[in-house]
Design a protein around this ligand. Structure first.
Ligand code: NAD
Ligand code: MLT
Length: 529
């Protein structure tokens, strides 16, 4: 049974997805303190959060059973992603459920600023009738600058065009073709800042965007410009913004997010008449909360039940259909990695995985992660999984490369694993029979067919008559049953290798017995599970 902790307020519709299912036990603790979370997190397989819970490295390191962190919402800035990755915990979010609500919040702030709605509301409640004081401005025919043309930015475009606004966008990761398709002009940030009457921010907070709106970028804006931030606090420098507003360098600001949340109530921003603020309400609609709760609950459930990884932040996403195709390759890849790890001597210096055939139609990075997981498993048992494998091996200075080759393959698809160690280069080719059953079909230059399963023995022996019989005799006398034998050699009469599938693991004394015979140069037991 999987134990799930929900440590923030989550719509009931999301919680219900786990209830009445014996495979899950859900603890709903939306007010849990950081201290209590630290003391109980070790019991849980999954943690579901919104923005209140701060998932620090300290919490992740205490979470010995944790497999998944699910964020009901977009921003994962409250999760220490590198710490989760190193510990092999997959982090997923629910990126699309609150897009419309956040977009509408940006328009709510834009219209409030344009028409002085909160100020007029306050004045009327105070018994005043100030029709001249609150003369506003239309959105029609004005230029809107959108910074960040992702999910929310694109929804903003549609509504801005419907209002009859001209739209300029800035997003260094979007090309002109895509912008043209949306019917907008893509300019650089400077051009946008200089020409917009309204500016709305829809980027993540990162090193590039932190303080993007500061004293010098504010100086470029027109005096009638109004700026809206519904994305993340910190993208707009609050001190510089307050100064620009106080000196009427720009006309107004609408803020839903703040550098520190909740913000300091004595902030200069709150004393200015041309500022409209809301307490991070972008996603606070009934619809968005139900959407993100359902979306994240399904993602977490599928991840725990091994039915696909969607909306992942630190691992490639795999929808259930793709997962069905890719899962047998993941199984093959892990076995190939395990095989090489137990056979090739010396510390690994580089790993190259070449993919041929139909598998190239899919995202291969989870398969490469599986190879690396197999390579590391005998060394780091218990610590390594698909999420952390590549980062763990890179931390050890090992170069990992994967290549989609257009060369023809003898099989529908195949994976060629080349591992360089301090002592040698080892090549293994694997494929699937009937799209399901893993087979190793080449070791270095020798073609063969091995079912990589259970206990195996890899032996390098002298290529002369009677050697295989001698090996069978030793195993037989020690009651070790042989399931399968594959033989290979490069040149007649020199060295050959023998791969046996055996029905039980090999006791140390039997390994010693075989090794003591001069006909056997190398003997390596392999456990493939
Ligand atoms: P998204 O990932 O779909 O889009 C972000 C866009 O920003 C991308 O197109 C990306 O290319 C662009 N971008 C990245 N760096 C940039 C840069 N330096 N300059 C310009 N563009 C850049 O994200 P989204 O779902 O549209 O969300 C946008 C933001 O809104 C996020 O920060 C999210 O956390 C926030 N958000 C806030 C609320 C709220 O309650 N206020 C609700 C939902 C989302
Ligand atoms: C998000 O990133 O999804 C938003 O900030 C909404 C939220 O967490 O409430």
């Amino acid at each position: 049974m999987y134990k799930i902790l929900i440590s923030d307020k989550l719509a009931q519709e999301g919680v219900e997805i786990f209830r009445n299912d014996r495979r899950f036990q859900v603890d709903f603790k939306p007010e849990v303190s950081a201290g209590e979370l630290l003391s109980i997190i070790g019991r849980y397989d999954a943690l579901i959060i919104r923005s209140r819970t701060k998932v620090t490295a300290e919490i992740i390191n205490k979470a010995k059973k944790l497999k998944v962190i699910g964020r009901a919402g977009v921003g994962v800035d409250n999760v220490d992603i590198p710490a989760a990755t190193v510990r092999g915990v997959v982090v997923m979010n629910a990126p699309s459920g609150n897009t419309i609500s956040a977009c509408e919040q940006a328009f709510a702030l834009m219209l409030s600023l344009a028409r002085n709605i909160p100020q007029a509301d306050k004045s009327l409640r105070e018994g005043k009738w100030e029709r001249n004081k609150f003369k506003g401005t239309e959105l029609y025919n004005k230029t809107l600058g959108i910074v960040g043309l992702g999910r929310i930015g694109r929804e903003v475009v549609k509504r801005a065009l419907a209002f009859g606004m001209k739209v300029i966008c800035y997003d260094p990761f979007i090309n002109e073709e895509a912008a043209k398709g949306l019917g907008v002009f893509l300019g650089d940030l400077k051009y946008l800042l200089k020409n917009a009457d309204f500016i709305t921010i829809h980027t993540p907070l990162n090193e590039e965007t932190k303080d993007m709106i500061n004293a010098s970028t504010l100086r470029l804006m027109k005096p009638n410009c109004r700026i809206i931030n519904c994305a993340r606090g910190g993208i707009v420098n609050e001190k510089d913004l307050a100064e620009a507003l106080a000196k009427n360098k720009i006309a107004g600001a609408g803020l839903d997010v703040f550098e520190k949340e909740p913000p300091d109530k004595n902030s200069l921003l709150f004393s200015l008449p041309n500022v409209v603020v809301t307490p991070h309400l972008g996603a606070s609609t009934k619809e968005a909360q139900v959407n993100v709760a359902i979306e994240i609950a399904h993602c977490v459930k599928d991840a725990l039940l091994d039915k696909g990884l969607r909306n992942t932040i630190n691992f490639p996403s795999l929808d259930p259909e793709t997962y069905k195709v890719v899962a047998p390759y993941i199984n093959l890849a892990e076995k190939m990695g395990l095989f090489v790890a137990q056979v090739a001597g010396g510390g690994i210096s580089s790993v190259l995985v070449t993919y041929k055939g139909e598998i190239n139609r899919y995202n291969i990075s989870p398969i490469t992660s599986a190879v690396v997981k197999g390579l590391l498993k005998p060394v780091l048992e218990g610590e390594v999984n698909f999420i952390n494998a590549v980062s763990l091996i890179k931390d050890r200075g090992v170069a990992v490369e994967s290549v989609k080759s257009s060369e023809e393959s003898d099989y529908v698809s195949s994976l060629i694993l080349e591992v360089k160690t301090s002592k040698q280069s080892f090549v293994l080719e694997g494929t699937l029979f009937a799209n399901q059953h893993p087979r190793i079909v080449r070791i270095n230059n020798t073609y063969l067919e091995i079912n990589p399963e259970g206990n195996m023995l890899f032996i390098i022996n002298k290529d002369r008559p009677g050697v295989i019989g001698k090996l069978g005799g030793i195993l037989g006398r020690n009651k070790i049953n042989i399931g399968d034998v594959s033989l290979g050699r490069h040149k007649k009469g020199r060295e050959a290798f023998t791969i046996l599938t055996i029905d039980s693991s090999l006791p140390e004394k039997v390994i010693k017995k075989i090794s003591s015979d001069e006909d056997f140069i190398l003997i390596k037991p392999i456990a493939l599970g």
